[in-house]
Ligand binder design. Structure first.
Ligand code: COA
Length: 283
């Protein structure tokens, strides 16, 4: 089943009224941690032995947290970060090789949808690798701070796949066609300073200052008039909302097909065998 634009663009009211009877923000998955402090929900991706690669259970937990945070009067801002000096190495490649589909019901799409339509500000704090969706999710965060240890990469072509989460649409708009082509066609990695120059991140900082800066920014946002903040976020994104959703849908259809391709099989096997992929036999 495909992904629908309507699902990506729901009319989504947000709550910012405190409600005594609300349930506490809890993650359904040990590898996703949630901490609510002074109206800031901090979501930490925590699977260090796999460089914080995201499994279906982790996507599902993040989607649930974002959906609860959208409706909660106790949350005004969300921080997304990673544990132990890594943001995320992206989708778990074993899951991809196992054929996890990205249909509308899949946890990957539920996460994409929850973040794409999230009505309150999201601040990303990036240390270490931010690969695949680790980079593309920044397009849907409102501010991002990266450490001098950060490494960004969208290795879709190197994996025999194609751009996802609206990257083929939003990257050229943010940084221009030439730079976006370089990053997506060559799967070229880049650092925090480049991410700032490209307009993907707000500041490059010493690694140990990143989370603190994100927390200070989130705390500042949490003191501001909540409805004015939400309206401003919505207006900032209004011009690209529908068109971006359409591209996310189209990319997802291609991506799903590519997961069954011989080119992806070669790339995935090469990753597991710790060797470079060999695409020489393909036409
Ligand atoms: N899925 C599944 N396992 C992953 C993973 C991923 N996305 N990323 C890393 N791992 C695993 C490695 O296979 C390795 O497992 P091992 O200890 O059994 O050998 C372990 O995590 C540590 O990774 P390693 O590659 O040794 O760490 P590194 O610090 O040298 O490099 C990365 C970190 C993130 C740059 C590198 O692991 C990488 O490029 N990963 C793949 C990223 C990717 O292609 N993601 C998909 C995007 S669509």
């Amino acid at each position: 089943m495909g992904l629908s634009v309507a699902a990506l663009c729901p009319v989504r009211p947000a709550t910012c009224q405190l409600n005594e009877s609300e349930k506490p923000m809890q993650s359904s998955c040990a590898e996703i941690q949630a901490q609510l402090t002074d109206r800031v929900l901090e979501i930490t991706i925590n699977r260090p032995e796999r460089k914080n690669a995201l499994t279906m259970a982790m996507y599902a937990a993040m989607a649930e947290l974002l959906n609860s945070a959208a409706d909660s009067g106790e949350v005004r801002v969300v921080i997304i970060t990673g544990a132990e000096g890594v943001f995320t190495s992206g989708n778990d490649l074993m899951d991809f090789l196992g054929g996890s589909a990205s249909s509308e019901e899949s946890p990957v799409f539920q996460f994409m949808l929850a973040l794409y339509s999230f009505p309150k500000p999201v601040v990303a704090a990036i240390n270490g690798p931010a690969v695949g969706i680790g980079t593309t999710m920044l397009l849907h965060c409102d501010m991002a701070f990266a450490g001098d240890d950060a490494m960004f990469k969208m290795p879709f072509v190197d994996l025999g796949l194609c751009p996802e989460y609206g990257s083929s649409f939003f990257m050229p708009r943010i940084m221009g066609h030439a730079r976006a082509s370089e990053l997506l066609l060559l799967s070229k990695k880049f650092d925090a300073a480049e991410a700032v120059a490209l307009g993907l991140c707000n500041a490059a900082l010493p690694a140990n200052e990143v989370l603190n800066q994100a927390r200070m920014t989130a705390a500042e946002l949490a003191t501001k008039a909540p409805e004015a903040v939400r309206l401003t976020k919505r207006l900032l994104r209004a011009g690209t909302r529908e068109a971006g959703a359409q591209v996310i849908q189209e990319e997802a259809l291609h991506f799903q097909k590519r997961l069954g391709s011989e080119e992806f099989k070669e790339a995935g096997t090469a990753f597991m065998e710790k060797r470079p992929a060999d695409f020489s036999r393909f036409e």
